[in-house]
Design a protein. Structure first.
Length: 113
């Protein structure tokens, strides 16, 4: 086992997984990278909405749809739920580590702990 593999870390930093070990470092890196990209895209999208930049809004929504299509099987189920329902503000809260995300019209459960 490599030295990297002996330094497994199951902690979470601002709601983003960063676990590295010899058996799944590729998967964990993929998830971390995708969650980071999703958060950046969400931030850009919300700024574009505020600025009424329709072209940028469409671009970021398409990117988020692509992230969802590619990562549905590996992303946290609650994040998938927010993205597929276009609850983008809630997705940002989730990725920021919030635990008090308001329940929406779907009557979902409280945020992960």
């Amino acid at each position: 086992m490599s030295s990297l593999g002996t330094q497994a870390c199951g902690a979470r930093k601002q709601g983003i997984a960063f676990e590295l070990n010899a058996s799944n470092s590729g998967i964990s890196f993929f998830i971390e990278s995708m969650e980071t990209q999703i958060k950046e895209s969400l931030t850009t999208l919300l700024a574009a909405i505020k600025a009424a930049d329709g072209q940028r809004v469409a671009l970021e929504m398409a990117r988020l749809d692509d992230f969802l299509a590619k990562g549905r099987a590996t992303l946290h189920p609650q994040l998938v739920h927010f993205l597929q329902n276009r609850s983008y503000a809630k997705a940002v809260m989730f990725l920021g580590g919030a635990t008090d995300i308001p329940v929406g019209a779907c009557g979902g459960r409280a945020a992960r702990s």
